[in-house]
Design a protein around this ligand. Structure first.
Ligand SMILES: Cc1cc2nc3c(=O)[nH]c(=O)nc-3n(C[C@H](O)[C@H](O)[C@H](O)COP(=O)(O)OP(=O)(O)OC[C@H]3O[C@@H](n4cnc5c(N)ncnc54)[C@H](O)[C@@H]3O)c2cc1C
Length: 395
């Protein structure tokens, strides 16, 4: 006998976890999360988990502001005194050199203030008050967000899953979904390694693996997967955990860095990255040249890191759409099927609030932030959500 639920959510990354929690909370639905591996074992586990409202697409800022509210009141929001997201309210500084980037940064600061973000330009002296280690000689425009920071992706996801379980959500791990099932234009559930699960609502939240589920349905999605390297570096004194996150628009690969546990600095890139077929086949080796290049950029921005030591490195996959923004879509021709993919390297911070808005949309409730612009049809219609900084995860 097939098990029956109101909704099945495929994937237990931060997006699946938040969506399942909110479906149970807002709609009282009987929900099952089906995860092929262990909880939070996809892109979320590799995430740098930076939480900032700086975007050039206003709805992204609007969603993130709502996520920041959740991060700041996490245990209350999840009604669980033990819930932790690891959020550190360190602030966020975005740095632009003279020219195009500086103009865009100034425009985007105005746009975000219009959407309600607490963000404003600061001069070099102010920025150095917040982050005394910086070299800002080549920087002309600086934006500051006092309410932003960084979190812990595993803690955040595991806490959403625990809160979801408390609302009756079933979480199945080691249970790959082989197919989404349907009949007469409606989804009927999923076929898993353990048998069929019936549900009239199916949410696909499998990030880079989405094609494996949508291709058999004949749904054509524009999705690329690319490889991103994260390094941690140590230099001299332990790096303070309360130092602001830095986004460096003066670097070609749009480098960012933030404090990480153990007094190290965690460094990533916001560029396209090398294309890969599937995350499983990603080269896990990190080339010395890359370490030297990235280390050099950090050393330029903070002289104290000139001779830093590499303490760790890992690679993770971005699921990228042509405009570097996610697709959030009730799939055409498959009533009850909801696709989420293409978070393009910036989905962690969106997920807490996005899960709520997705649940509102699925339940037919009014959406706090309109999701219509994130539909799949935007690519054919030329209504892209391309950010003003061009390619990269700061859209
Ligand atoms: C290196 C790196 C750094 C990042 N830094 C940031 C950042 O600083 N800030 C930010 O906001 N975002 C960041 N991101 C992006 C962010 O982490 C992702 O957008 C987000 O975690 C995606 O979550 P998800 O739930 O959609 O996907 P995932 O976390 O990938 O979850 C998908 C899940 O689906 C499961 N799955 C796949 N196929 C199946 C199947 N057939 N059946 C069942 N389960 C299946 C997988 O095992 C996985 O657990 C970063 C990403 C990377 C890779």
């Amino acid at each position: 006998m097939a098990e029956t639920y109101d909704a099945v959510v495929i994937g237990s990354g931060v997006v699946g976890a938040s969506t399942a929690f909110h479906l149970a909370r807002l709609g009282g639905l009987k929900v099952c999360i089906v995860e092929r591996g262990q909880i939070c074992s996809g892109g979320t586990a590799k995430s740098c988990a930076i939480v900032r409202s700086h975007y050039s697409v206003p709805s992204n800022t609007a969603l993130t502001l709502k996520s920041i509210e959740i991060f700041r009141n996490f245990a209350d929001y999840l009604e669980d005194r033990e819930a932790e997201s690891g959020f550190v309210n360190s602030g966020y500084l975005i740095l632009a050199p003279e020219g195009d980037m500086a103009d865009k940064l100034r425009d985007n600061l105005d746009m975000q203030a219009g959407v309600g973000a607490e963000t404003f330009p600061v001069d070099r002296q102010d920025a150095l008050q917040h982050h005394p280690l910086l070299n800002l000689d080549d920087i002309v425009t600086i934006g500051y967000e006092p309410n932003s920071g960084y979190a812990d992706p595993y803690l955040t996801t595991a806490s959403f899953l625990k809160a979801a379980r408390a609302k009756g959500v079933t979480v199945k791990t080691d249970c790959p979904v082989a197919a989404i099932t349907h009949a007469n234009g409606k989804v009927t559930g999923v076929q898993t390694a353990e048998g069929a699960i019936e549900a009239g609502i199916v949410v696909s939240a499998v990030g880079p693996w989405t094609r494996a589920l949508t291709d058999p349905l004949g749904i054509d999605i524009p999705l690329e997967v690319s490889r991103h390297i994260v390094l941690t570096l140590r230099a001299g004194e332990p790096y303070r955990p309360d130092l602001p996150v830095i986004k460096d628009l003066a670097t070609e690969n749009k480098m960012y860095f933030r404090p990480a546990s153990g007094g190290v600095v965690l460094v990533g890139t916001g560029d396209h990255g090398d294309p890969v077929d599937m995350p499983e086949r990603m080269d896990e080796n990190v080339a010395d040249d890359f370490v030297l290049h990235q280390g050099g950029q950090v050393g330029h921005r903070m002289a104290s890191f000139d001779n830093a030591t590499l303490t760790d490195s890992w690679v993770g996959a971005y699921d990228i759409t042509p405009d570097w923004n996610p697709v959030l879509e009730p799939a055409d021709g498959f009533d009850g099927l909801h696709l989420t993919f293409g978070f393009s390297g910036h989905g962690f911070k969106l997920a807490p609030a996005l899960g709520r808005v997705l649940a509102q949309s699925i339940l037919g409730q009014s959406e706090e932030v309109a999701l219509a612009p994130y539909g799949l049809g935007r690519f054919a219609a030329g209504a892209l959500l391309t950010g003003s900084y061009g390619i990269g995860s700061i859209s």
